[in-house]
Design a protein around this ligand. Structure first.
Ligand SMILES: [Zn+2]
Length: 216
Protein backbone atom coordinates (compact mmCIF):
# COMPACT_ATOMS: atom_id res chain seq x y z
CA UNK A 1 0.00 0.00 0.00
CA UNK A 2 1.24 3.43 -0.91
CA UNK A 3 2.57 5.26 2.14
CA UNK A 4 1.56 8.86 2.34
CA UNK A 5 4.38 11.31 2.09
CA UNK A 6 4.03 14.68 3.62
CA UNK A 7 5.45 17.46 1.56
CA UNK A 8 6.83 20.42 3.50
CA UNK A 9 4.62 23.56 3.65
CA UNK A 10 1.58 21.54 2.52
CA UNK A 11 -0.51 22.55 5.54
CA UNK A 12 -1.07 25.92 7.16
CA UNK A 13 -0.08 26.74 10.68
CA UNK A 14 -3.48 26.86 12.29
CA UNK A 15 -4.79 30.23 13.46
CA UNK A 16 -8.51 29.44 13.77
CA UNK A 17 -9.53 32.99 12.85
CA UNK A 18 -10.52 32.42 9.24
CA UNK A 19 -10.75 29.62 6.71
CA UNK A 20 -7.32 28.67 5.37
CA UNK A 21 -6.41 29.13 1.71
CA UNK A 22 -4.94 26.31 -0.35
CA UNK A 23 -3.74 26.38 -3.94
CA UNK A 24 -4.71 23.60 -6.32
CA UNK A 25 -2.48 22.18 -9.03
CA UNK A 26 -4.39 22.55 -12.32
CA UNK A 27 -2.90 19.31 -13.64
CA UNK A 28 -3.03 16.75 -10.82
CA UNK A 29 -5.30 18.39 -8.21
CA UNK A 30 -2.58 18.50 -5.53
CA UNK A 31 -3.36 21.02 -2.76
CA UNK A 32 -0.84 23.07 -0.84
CA UNK A 33 -0.69 26.08 1.47
CA UNK A 34 2.64 27.03 -0.09
CA UNK A 35 2.16 30.51 -1.54
CA UNK A 36 5.15 30.07 -3.80
CA UNK A 37 3.10 27.54 -5.77
CA UNK A 38 0.17 29.95 -5.98
CA UNK A 39 2.56 32.62 -7.31
CA UNK A 40 4.12 30.14 -9.79
CA UNK A 41 7.54 30.40 -8.16
CA UNK A 42 7.84 26.65 -7.61
CA UNK A 43 6.51 23.65 -9.54
CA UNK A 44 3.97 21.15 -8.25
CA UNK A 45 5.93 18.67 -6.09
CA UNK A 46 3.79 15.79 -7.41
CA UNK A 47 3.49 16.32 -11.19
CA UNK A 48 5.87 19.27 -11.84
CA UNK A 49 3.15 21.46 -13.39
CA UNK A 50 3.05 25.23 -12.99
CA UNK A 51 0.57 26.69 -10.52
CA UNK A 52 -1.82 29.35 -11.78
CA UNK A 53 -2.89 30.74 -8.39
CA UNK A 54 -6.52 30.83 -9.49
CA UNK A 55 -7.72 27.44 -8.34
CA UNK A 56 -8.12 27.52 -4.59
CA UNK A 57 -9.61 25.46 -1.80
CA UNK A 58 -11.96 25.66 0.09
CA UNK A 59 -14.56 26.70 -2.51
CA UNK A 60 -16.43 29.95 -1.98
CA UNK A 61 -19.60 28.34 -0.58
CA UNK A 62 -17.59 26.60 2.19
CA UNK A 63 -15.62 29.77 2.88
CA UNK A 64 -18.89 31.66 3.42
CA UNK A 65 -20.19 28.90 5.68
CA UNK A 66 -16.91 28.95 7.63
CA UNK A 67 -17.23 32.72 8.19
CA UNK A 68 -20.76 32.35 9.54
CA UNK A 69 -19.77 29.46 11.82
CA UNK A 70 -16.92 31.48 13.35
CA UNK A 71 -19.25 34.41 13.96
CA UNK A 72 -21.78 32.19 15.75
CA UNK A 73 -18.95 30.72 17.82
CA UNK A 74 -17.83 34.21 18.90
CA UNK A 75 -21.45 34.96 19.83
CA UNK A 76 -21.64 31.82 21.99
CA UNK A 77 -24.32 30.14 19.86
CA UNK A 78 -23.11 26.58 20.51
CA UNK A 79 -26.17 24.86 19.14
CA UNK A 80 -26.01 26.64 15.79
CA UNK A 81 -22.24 26.08 15.66
CA UNK A 82 -22.63 22.31 16.09
CA UNK A 83 -25.42 22.06 13.51
CA UNK A 84 -23.56 24.16 10.94
CA UNK A 85 -20.23 22.40 11.49
CA UNK A 86 -21.98 19.07 10.91
CA UNK A 87 -23.37 20.45 7.66
CA UNK A 88 -19.91 21.68 6.75
CA UNK A 89 -18.26 18.32 7.49
CA UNK A 90 -20.83 16.43 5.44
CA UNK A 91 -20.31 18.82 2.57
CA UNK A 92 -16.53 18.55 2.68
CA UNK A 93 -16.75 14.74 2.75
CA UNK A 94 -18.97 14.88 -0.34
CA UNK A 95 -16.34 17.06 -2.03
CA UNK A 96 -13.49 14.66 -1.30
CA UNK A 97 -15.48 11.66 -2.54
CA UNK A 98 -16.38 13.63 -5.65
CA UNK A 99 -12.70 14.43 -6.24
CA UNK A 100 -11.69 10.79 -5.74
CA UNK A 101 -14.36 9.73 -8.24
CA UNK A 102 -13.10 12.38 -10.67
CA UNK A 103 -9.51 11.22 -10.28
CA UNK A 104 -10.69 7.73 -11.14
CA UNK A 105 -12.20 8.93 -14.38
CA UNK A 106 -15.87 9.21 -13.41
CA UNK A 107 -17.75 11.83 -15.38
CA UNK A 108 -20.27 14.19 -13.81
CA UNK A 109 -23.26 11.86 -14.40
CA UNK A 110 -21.56 8.91 -12.76
CA UNK A 111 -20.53 11.06 -9.82
CA UNK A 112 -24.08 12.30 -9.36
CA UNK A 113 -25.49 8.78 -9.52
CA UNK A 114 -22.96 7.46 -7.01
CA UNK A 115 -23.40 10.33 -4.55
CA UNK A 116 -27.21 10.39 -4.89
CA UNK A 117 -27.31 6.63 -4.36
CA UNK A 118 -25.46 6.97 -1.07
CA UNK A 119 -26.83 10.02 0.71
CA UNK A 120 -26.42 8.91 4.33
CA UNK A 121 -23.20 10.13 5.90
CA UNK A 122 -22.60 6.78 7.65
CA UNK A 123 -22.83 4.87 4.36
CA UNK A 124 -20.57 7.33 2.59
CA UNK A 125 -17.88 6.87 5.23
CA UNK A 126 -18.50 3.19 5.88
CA UNK A 127 -19.08 1.88 2.35
CA UNK A 128 -18.31 4.41 -0.37
CA UNK A 129 -14.95 5.61 0.95
CA UNK A 130 -13.39 2.14 1.39
CA UNK A 131 -14.75 0.97 -1.98
CA UNK A 132 -13.10 3.89 -3.74
CA UNK A 133 -9.82 4.06 -1.85
CA UNK A 134 -9.27 0.50 -0.66
CA UNK A 135 -8.92 1.84 2.87
CA UNK A 136 -11.20 2.19 5.84
CA UNK A 137 -11.81 5.90 6.56
CA UNK A 138 -10.69 5.55 10.18
CA UNK A 139 -7.41 3.92 9.11
CA UNK A 140 -6.71 6.52 6.42
CA UNK A 141 -7.38 9.35 8.90
CA UNK A 142 -5.21 7.67 11.52
CA UNK A 143 -2.33 7.16 9.14
CA UNK A 144 -2.42 10.83 8.18
CA UNK A 145 -2.23 11.85 11.85
CA UNK A 146 -5.94 12.35 12.63
CA UNK A 147 -6.71 9.20 14.57
CA UNK A 148 -9.38 10.73 16.83
CA UNK A 149 -11.15 12.69 14.10
CA UNK A 150 -13.61 9.98 12.94
CA UNK A 151 -14.67 9.10 16.50
CA UNK A 152 -15.07 12.72 17.60
CA UNK A 153 -17.06 13.44 14.44
CA UNK A 154 -19.29 10.45 15.15
CA UNK A 155 -19.82 11.56 18.76
CA UNK A 156 -20.67 15.10 17.69
CA UNK A 157 -23.10 13.73 15.10
CA UNK A 158 -24.81 11.68 17.82
CA UNK A 159 -25.06 14.73 20.07
CA UNK A 160 -26.50 16.79 17.20
CA UNK A 161 -28.99 14.06 16.32
CA UNK A 162 -30.05 13.63 19.93
CA UNK A 163 -30.57 17.37 20.15
CA UNK A 164 -32.62 17.59 16.94
CA UNK A 165 -34.61 14.37 17.33
CA UNK A 166 -35.39 12.94 20.74
CA UNK A 167 -33.59 9.62 20.68
CA UNK A 168 -35.65 6.74 22.10
CA UNK A 169 -32.38 5.09 23.13
CA UNK A 170 -30.65 7.96 24.83
CA UNK A 171 -33.51 10.16 25.91
CA UNK A 172 -33.74 13.77 24.81
CA UNK A 173 -30.68 15.94 25.06
CA UNK A 174 -31.78 19.36 26.23
CA UNK A 175 -28.98 21.39 24.79
CA UNK A 176 -25.65 21.24 23.10
CA UNK A 177 -22.96 22.55 25.40
CA UNK A 178 -20.14 25.05 25.03
CA UNK A 179 -17.84 22.03 25.08
CA UNK A 180 -19.68 20.61 22.02
CA UNK A 181 -19.16 23.97 20.31
CA UNK A 182 -15.41 23.87 20.99
CA UNK A 183 -15.21 20.29 19.73
CA UNK A 184 -17.05 21.35 16.58
CA UNK A 185 -14.59 24.22 15.97
CA UNK A 186 -11.62 21.89 16.44
CA UNK A 187 -13.12 19.44 13.95
CA UNK A 188 -13.73 22.29 11.50
CA UNK A 189 -10.06 23.32 11.58
CA UNK A 190 -8.84 19.73 11.37
CA UNK A 191 -11.24 18.94 8.52
CA UNK A 192 -9.40 21.28 6.15
CA UNK A 193 -6.08 19.62 6.92
CA UNK A 194 -7.44 16.10 6.68
CA UNK A 195 -9.21 16.96 3.42
CA UNK A 196 -5.96 18.29 1.92
CA UNK A 197 -3.98 15.22 3.01
CA UNK A 198 -6.66 12.78 1.79
CA UNK A 199 -6.77 14.68 -1.49
CA UNK A 200 -3.02 14.55 -1.91
CA UNK A 201 -3.00 10.86 -1.14
CA UNK A 202 -6.00 9.62 -3.13
CA UNK A 203 -6.51 12.25 -5.82
CA UNK A 204 -3.16 13.78 -6.86
CA UNK A 205 -1.09 11.54 -9.11
CA UNK A 206 2.22 12.08 -10.81
CA UNK A 207 0.87 11.32 -14.30
CA UNK A 208 -2.84 12.15 -14.46
CA UNK A 209 -4.62 10.87 -17.60
CA UNK A 210 -6.53 14.12 -17.98
CA UNK A 211 -5.51 17.43 -16.39
CA UNK A 212 -7.58 18.09 -13.26
CA UNK A 213 -8.79 21.45 -14.57
CA UNK A 214 -10.23 19.83 -17.73
CA UNK A 215 -12.31 17.20 -16.00
CA UNK A 216 -16.05 17.81 -16.05
ZN1 LIG B 1 0.41 18.66 -9.82
Amino acid sequence: MKKSRQIKHTLHKRDSETAPLYFECPKCGFLTADERFGADQILCPVCSAHGDGRRTFPPERLRRLDTRIRKYQRDGEHEIVVILVETFLESILEDIIDRILTARGADVTVREVVLDGQRAIGARIGRLFPHLTGEVFEDAASELGYRDFPRRWRDLRSARNAFIHDSPFRGPQESLTARDGITAMELLDQAYELFVLLNNRFVAHEKPDVPFCERG
